[in-house]
Design a binder for this molecule. Structure first.
Ligand code: MOS
Length: 735
């Protein structure tokens, strides 16, 4: 029986729930030293003096590093970009400049963590303080056109100005989203170990070990062959662990200085300045439509902040490039503002989750303006061709997502008038939003090893970041080899394994998964060749195309042989197959490949208290072929909950004077908990997409976090008649 498509439980589930899974900070290491980071208390200026005398004399202290004695690193390549992955271009402890609050100014290395932390409090720093530049409506006026680092910064198809002018109805709105932080359960952790030959091993909570190896190689001037990065389990990534942040570099350099392994584990508060975050956006959107609601033009512009040294762009306006057709034209653009903060980064789901707030909010406004049902309006503007490139979509089950989602939700029972539905003291509101999500194509390699005992091992430099990667890789290899899934082991998260792209952009299944399929097919083909022509060939005279892999071995007509027999017969301990999947050229092909969704939210609003609660939620997703409905559903649940946080709770406020993030823990920065989340319903409405991947899969995980917020915001409008365009929708905005 095929295991792909089955809701298998997680290969590593037991390890995780029993505490047996070794996360980075769990890796035991005799003789490791601990490091504590001392941070800048100002956001802009420079250090005038740093007195480390008392810290150096404190108990257990081995070294105190500041820019004065920290070895110099190689500068990061210019221009800055972030796919390579250069989390932050400004490197720690290299000069006296201060560009953001929480920037490292010293690193204390000591025998014990408490000793390092205590000694850190003894470091005395004097500053030349300059005013902090923060992001707000005023500084947003200084926004400029940035250099491209992913997609083109702006786009224009057709004649957008004419399209907007031709519409009978226009919606012009400004939507804003808040600064947000990843806040993973597992804080970032690094352990750096140099051996006597000058080889470096880094244990790191990281989503992209090969990218980290490349970056560390550049900055430290150590050849990549001498660097190993290990990241076997990650307790939440969300993009925050996709790149390289200063603590990793400090650990590696410090370990070289003190000639001992060095550990750094970020505290919860440090996770707000030592690693990237999702930048706020100010988005201006204009929709024009004829009287029936058919779009004639879309214009969408977004402004977001970045650090003073890196040009990170949050591509929010991309949402409007390809989701809906507009007969006249579509224009989008992005600008950024340099402010005193650390460099922002991708946060699940970057770009799309922000842009859809404006686009799908404005679509709801349009639905009311033209008096067309919001589901019907979306069906009316559905398109089989990507408006941005003119390419037909490979698959696009938007219509199914909208209609099946609506049916499951009971959308037909909705009274469209705002404030028309009630449940006792609560106003009830129902909202819908659709989404489009990028299908990332990245190369990946894998190896599958068939062993003499008849089991197999999958080796891939991919990651398990909570999504179920171990499990789905097992399923793919098991089917290709005709093995029961529990006869397949999986090794991930180590640069000594075949090089993969990172666990980023919901691309693992389609790309790294395809490399595993190729590797499994390669080893099966070798086994078939052995059976046909190897020692005492059991299938002599048969044809390769008639051989099936099943029941732990091969079969042709009424002849069968197990893999263990086959290997034994040929005196082999293992048989190895390599997979090398490179879809980058394919991505330039004739089809536009995206995943899609339509999601439905029902809220209840306590008007007296300004409180919003989610009553129920239905998400319908087209992510192509679903390999494991259980892990896929768990991805969707995670994505929906994530979106609830974006809609109702998550915001990082900046002190306008001090220029620093204020709420640096789980009590100041709120995320949804169990009590916030009702029953969530998940529908998979996609089909095998042969253009998207050998496995037919498209990106799923991050798709499910897109458009949750606008669906909720639209539901709040339906409940209350108040259109809130600033996320999150907190109490004061509803009172
Ligand atoms: Mo995702 S933000 O690409 O980890």
């Amino acid at each position: 029986m095929s295991s792909v498509g089955q809701p298998l439980t997680r290969l590593e589930g037991r390890l995780k729930v029993t505490g047996g899974a070794q996360y980075t900070a769990d890796v035991p290491l005799a003789d490791a030293l601990h490091a504590a980071i001392v941070h800048s208390t100002i956001a802009n200026g420079r250090t005038i003096s740093i007195d480390t005398g008392a810290a150096e004399k404190a108990p257990g202290v081995v070294a105190v590093l500041t820019y004065r004695n920290m070895p110099r690193m190689n500068p990061t390549p210019k221009p800055w970009r972030h796919l390579h992955p250069y989390g932050q271009g400004y490197l720690p402890l290299q000069d006296d400049q201060i560009h953001y609050a929480g920037q490292p100014v010293a690193l204390v290395v000591a025998n014990a963590l408490d000793q390092a932390a205590y000694a850190g409090t003894l470091v005395k720093v004097e500053y030349d303080v300059q005013p902090a530049v923060v992001f707000n409506a005023e500084t947003a006026k200084r926004a400029f056109d940035p250099p491209q680092f992913l997609w083109p910064v702006s786009s224009s198809v057709g004649d957008p100005a004419k399209g907007l002018a031709d519409g009978a109805v226009r919606i012009e709105s400004v939507y804003t989203t808040a600064d947000r932080h990843h806040n993973q359960m597992e804080p970032h952790a690094t352990m750096a170990i140099w051996d006597s030959s000058g080889a470096l091993t880094i244990f790191e909570a990281n989503q992209h070990i090969f990218g980290m190896r490349e970056f560390v190689s550049i900055v430290l001037g150590v050849p990549q062959e001498k660097i190993t990065v290990v990241s076997r389990f990650v307790g939440g990534g969300f993009g925050g662990k996709a790149y390289v942040w200063p603590h990793t570099l400090m650990a590696a350099v410090a370990a070289r200085v003190v000639r001992r392994p060095v550990r750094i584990q970020l505290t919860r508060a440090q996770m707000y300045s030592m690693v990237g975050h999702q930048p706020a956006t100010i988005q201006t959107i204009t929709l024009a439509a004829d009287k029936t609601g058919k779009l004639t033009g879309i214009r969408h512009d977004s402004i977001s902040p970045t650090s003073v040294f890196d040009n990170y762009i949050e591509y929010a306006a991309n949402a409007s490039r390809s989701l809906w057709g507009a007969s006249g034209g579509i224009a989008t653009g992005h600008r950024i503002v340099h402010v005193n903060r650390n460099t922002p980064t991708v946060m699940r789901p970057p770009h799309e989750a922000l842009g859809h707030v404006a686009l799908e909010g404005a679509m709801d406004e349009l639905a009311y303006a033209v008096d067309v049902d919001p589901v019907a309006l979306r069906i009316l503007n559905d398109t089989s061709v990507d408006p941005d490139t003119g390419r037909p979509f490979s698959t696009r089950a938007m219509h199914r997502c909208l209609t099946e989602g609506a049916q499951r939700f009971g959308w037909d029972k909705r009274n469209p008038a705002p404030r028309s539905m009630r449940d006792g003291r609560y106003l009830i509101g129902q909202g819908v939003a659709s989404a489009i999500y990028t299908h990332w194509r990245w190369p990946a390699k894998a190896r599958v090893v068939l062993r003499r005992d008849g089991s197999a091992l999958v080796e891939s430099g991919m990651h398990e970041i909570g999504c179920g990667t171990y499990t789905v890789m097992r399923q793919v290899a098991a089917d290709a080899l005709g093995l029961p899934p529990d006869r397949v082991d999986v090794h991930l998260g180590d640069t000594r394994l075949p090089a993969s792209h990172g666990a980023i952009g919901s691309s693992t299944m389609a790309n790294a998964g395809a490399s595993v399929l190729l590797a499994a097919n390669a080893v099966r083909d070798k086994a078939v060749a052995l059976a046909l022509t190897g020692r005492s060939a059991p299938f002599g005279g048969a044809s390769a195309k008639d051989v099936l892999a099943a029941n732990g071995g091969l079969a042709v007509a009424d002849r069968t042989i197990t893999y263990s027999d086959l290997l034994a017969r040929n005196g082999l301990d293992v048989l190895t197959g390599d997979g090398d999947y490179d879809p980058v050229e394919e991505a330039k092909g004739p089809k536009a490949i995206f995943s899609f969704s339509a999601v439905f939210a029902e809220v209840r609003v306590d008007e007296e208290l300004g409180l919003v609660r989610l009553n129920r939620f239905v998400g319908a997703y087209d992510a192509g072929k679903i390999i494991n409905p259980r892990t896929a559903r768990s991805q969707a649940i995670g994505g929906i909950i994530w979106g609830v946080g974006q809609a109702l709770l998550e915001q990082s406020e900046t002190d306008p004077q001090m220029g620093r993030f204020l709420h640096r823990n789980y009590s100041g920065y709120l995320v949804p908990t169990n009590a916030d989340i009702p029953e969530l319903e998940v529908i998979f409405a996609g089909e095998f997409d042969s253009e998207a991947s050998l496995l037919g899969s498209k990106g799923l995980g991050e798709l499910t976090g897109v458009s949750v917020a606008p669906a909720i915001v639209n539901a709040i409008y339906h409940a209350t008649g108040k259109r809130i365009r600033e996320l999150p929708v907190t109490v004061e905005k509803l009172l």
